[in-house]
Design a protein around this ligand. Structure first.
Ligand code: ZN
Length: 173
Protein backbone atom coordinates (compact mmCIF):
# COMPACT_ATOMS: atom_id res chain seq x y z
CA UNK A 1 0.00 0.00 0.00
CA UNK A 2 1.26 3.45 -0.83
CA UNK A 3 1.77 5.63 2.23
CA UNK A 4 -0.19 8.43 0.64
CA UNK A 5 -3.28 6.19 0.69
CA UNK A 6 -3.11 6.06 4.46
CA UNK A 7 -2.47 9.73 4.96
CA UNK A 8 -5.26 11.11 2.87
CA UNK A 9 -8.53 10.21 4.49
CA UNK A 10 -9.99 13.31 2.90
CA UNK A 11 -9.49 11.99 -0.61
CA UNK A 12 -13.13 11.22 -1.04
CA UNK A 13 -14.58 14.13 0.87
CA UNK A 14 -14.74 16.81 -1.75
CA UNK A 15 -14.36 17.21 -5.49
CA UNK A 16 -17.49 16.94 -7.55
CA UNK A 17 -20.61 18.08 -5.74
CA UNK A 18 -23.22 15.61 -4.60
CA UNK A 19 -25.78 14.67 -7.20
CA UNK A 20 -29.29 16.02 -7.20
CA UNK A 21 -31.80 14.48 -4.84
CA UNK A 22 -33.69 12.27 -7.27
CA UNK A 23 -32.17 8.86 -7.72
CA UNK A 24 -34.07 6.00 -9.33
CA UNK A 25 -34.89 2.81 -7.46
CA UNK A 26 -32.86 0.85 -10.00
CA UNK A 27 -29.80 3.03 -9.50
CA UNK A 28 -30.01 2.54 -5.74
CA UNK A 29 -30.54 -1.21 -6.08
CA UNK A 30 -27.66 -1.78 -8.47
CA UNK A 31 -25.35 0.47 -6.50
CA UNK A 32 -25.98 -1.92 -3.60
CA UNK A 33 -24.65 -4.74 -5.79
CA UNK A 34 -21.50 -2.68 -6.38
CA UNK A 35 -21.20 -2.11 -2.62
CA UNK A 36 -21.54 -5.84 -1.99
CA UNK A 37 -18.62 -6.36 -4.37
CA UNK A 38 -16.61 -3.67 -2.59
CA UNK A 39 -17.13 -5.54 0.68
CA UNK A 40 -15.78 -8.72 -0.94
CA UNK A 41 -12.64 -6.76 -1.82
CA UNK A 42 -12.31 -5.62 1.76
CA UNK A 43 -12.58 -9.21 2.99
CA UNK A 44 -9.39 -10.04 1.08
CA UNK A 45 -7.69 -6.87 2.33
CA UNK A 46 -8.05 -4.95 -0.91
CA UNK A 47 -9.15 -1.33 -1.06
CA UNK A 48 -12.96 -1.73 -1.07
CA UNK A 49 -14.09 -0.79 -4.56
CA UNK A 50 -16.79 -2.72 -6.38
CA UNK A 51 -18.57 -2.53 -9.71
CA UNK A 52 -21.34 -4.18 -11.66
CA UNK A 53 -22.70 -3.92 -15.18
CA UNK A 54 -26.44 -4.07 -15.80
CA UNK A 55 -28.33 -4.74 -19.00
CA UNK A 56 -32.09 -5.08 -19.37
CA UNK A 57 -32.57 -4.84 -15.62
CA UNK A 58 -30.16 -7.70 -14.89
CA UNK A 59 -26.64 -7.76 -13.54
CA UNK A 60 -24.50 -9.33 -16.28
CA UNK A 61 -21.12 -8.80 -14.62
CA UNK A 62 -19.82 -7.92 -11.17
CA UNK A 63 -16.29 -7.53 -9.87
CA UNK A 64 -14.14 -5.95 -7.22
CA UNK A 65 -10.69 -4.47 -7.00
CA UNK A 66 -8.00 -7.19 -6.85
CA UNK A 67 -4.94 -5.05 -7.46
CA UNK A 68 -3.02 -6.36 -4.45
CA UNK A 69 -3.92 -10.04 -4.65
CA UNK A 70 -3.40 -10.26 -8.40
CA UNK A 71 -0.36 -7.97 -8.23
CA UNK A 72 -1.64 -6.20 -11.29
CA UNK A 73 -2.04 -2.46 -11.79
CA UNK A 74 -4.97 -2.85 -14.17
CA UNK A 75 -7.16 -5.05 -11.97
CA UNK A 76 -9.57 -2.32 -10.96
CA UNK A 77 -13.19 -3.34 -10.37
CA UNK A 78 -14.44 -1.62 -13.54
CA UNK A 79 -11.86 -3.29 -15.81
CA UNK A 80 -12.66 -6.74 -14.44
CA UNK A 81 -16.40 -6.11 -14.78
CA UNK A 82 -15.97 -4.89 -18.36
CA UNK A 83 -13.93 -7.99 -19.24
CA UNK A 84 -16.64 -10.22 -17.77
CA UNK A 85 -19.43 -8.34 -19.57
CA UNK A 86 -17.55 -8.66 -22.88
CA UNK A 87 -17.39 -12.43 -22.33
CA UNK A 88 -21.10 -12.56 -21.45
CA UNK A 89 -22.23 -10.48 -24.42
CA UNK A 90 -19.66 -12.00 -26.79
CA UNK A 91 -18.15 -8.77 -28.07
CA UNK A 92 -16.13 -5.73 -27.17
CA UNK A 93 -19.07 -3.36 -27.38
CA UNK A 94 -21.41 -3.21 -24.39
CA UNK A 95 -24.54 -1.51 -25.74
CA UNK A 96 -27.56 -0.79 -23.55
CA UNK A 97 -25.57 -1.22 -20.36
CA UNK A 98 -25.01 0.80 -17.22
CA UNK A 99 -21.84 0.44 -15.18
CA UNK A 100 -22.19 1.03 -11.43
CA UNK A 101 -19.07 1.63 -9.37
CA UNK A 102 -18.54 2.67 -5.77
CA UNK A 103 -15.74 5.14 -6.56
CA UNK A 104 -15.29 7.58 -9.43
CA UNK A 105 -13.46 5.84 -12.30
CA UNK A 106 -9.78 6.62 -12.87
CA UNK A 107 -8.41 7.60 -16.29
CA UNK A 108 -7.72 3.96 -17.22
CA UNK A 109 -11.22 2.82 -16.31
CA UNK A 110 -12.91 5.86 -17.87
CA UNK A 111 -10.92 5.05 -21.02
CA UNK A 112 -12.09 1.42 -20.92
CA UNK A 113 -15.70 2.57 -20.41
CA UNK A 114 -15.45 4.79 -23.49
CA UNK A 115 -13.74 2.05 -25.51
CA UNK A 116 -16.44 -0.46 -24.56
CA UNK A 117 -19.09 2.10 -25.62
CA UNK A 118 -20.85 1.80 -22.28
CA UNK A 119 -23.71 4.29 -22.55
CA UNK A 120 -24.18 5.11 -18.88
CA UNK A 121 -22.06 5.23 -15.72
CA UNK A 122 -23.26 5.65 -12.15
CA UNK A 123 -20.74 6.17 -9.37
CA UNK A 124 -20.81 6.91 -5.67
CA UNK A 125 -17.78 8.60 -4.03
CA UNK A 126 -15.56 11.15 -5.73
CA UNK A 127 -11.84 10.50 -6.02
CA UNK A 128 -9.96 13.77 -5.89
CA UNK A 129 -6.59 12.10 -6.49
CA UNK A 130 -7.39 9.93 -9.51
CA UNK A 131 -10.97 10.67 -10.53
CA UNK A 132 -11.38 11.08 -14.29
CA UNK A 133 -15.11 11.68 -14.47
CA UNK A 134 -15.26 15.11 -12.94
CA UNK A 135 -12.77 15.44 -10.08
CA UNK A 136 -9.42 15.96 -11.83
CA UNK A 137 -10.52 15.73 -15.40
CA UNK A 138 -13.79 14.70 -16.99
CA UNK A 139 -13.17 12.23 -19.78
CA UNK A 140 -16.94 11.86 -20.22
CA UNK A 141 -17.07 15.46 -21.42
CA UNK A 142 -14.33 15.14 -24.02
CA UNK A 143 -15.74 14.66 -27.54
CA UNK A 144 -14.39 11.19 -28.16
CA UNK A 145 -16.30 9.02 -30.59
CA UNK A 146 -18.32 7.83 -27.59
CA UNK A 147 -19.60 9.95 -24.73
CA UNK A 148 -21.15 8.15 -21.75
CA UNK A 149 -23.85 9.73 -19.64
CA UNK A 150 -22.62 9.99 -16.05
CA UNK A 151 -24.63 10.03 -12.83
CA UNK A 152 -22.48 11.12 -9.90
CA UNK A 153 -22.87 10.85 -6.16
CA UNK A 154 -25.38 8.01 -5.78
CA UNK A 155 -25.22 6.88 -2.12
CA UNK A 156 -22.22 9.17 -1.81
CA UNK A 157 -22.03 9.04 2.00
CA UNK A 158 -21.93 5.24 1.99
CA UNK A 159 -19.29 5.32 -0.73
CA UNK A 160 -17.09 7.76 1.15
CA UNK A 161 -17.49 5.99 4.48
CA UNK A 162 -16.58 2.60 3.08
CA UNK A 163 -13.22 3.96 1.94
CA UNK A 164 -12.43 6.27 4.84
CA UNK A 165 -13.29 3.56 7.41
CA UNK A 166 -11.08 1.10 5.55
CA UNK A 167 -8.09 3.44 5.57
CA UNK A 168 -8.73 4.39 9.20
CA UNK A 169 -8.57 0.72 10.19
CA UNK A 170 -5.46 0.15 8.11
CA UNK A 171 -3.77 3.08 9.77
CA UNK A 172 -4.44 1.69 13.24
CA UNK A 173 -2.78 -1.65 12.44
ZN1 ZN B 1 -9.65 2.49 -12.40
Amino acid sequence: MENTDLKNLENYESGVGAAEASVSEDDLRFMEVAFAEAKLAEEIDEVPIGACIVRGGEVIARAHNTRESSKCATHHAEILAIEEACRVLGGWRLPDTTLYVTLEPCAMCAGAIINARIPRVVFSANDIRFGAMGSLIDLSEIPFNHKPEVRRGVKIEEGKNLLTEYFRRKRKK
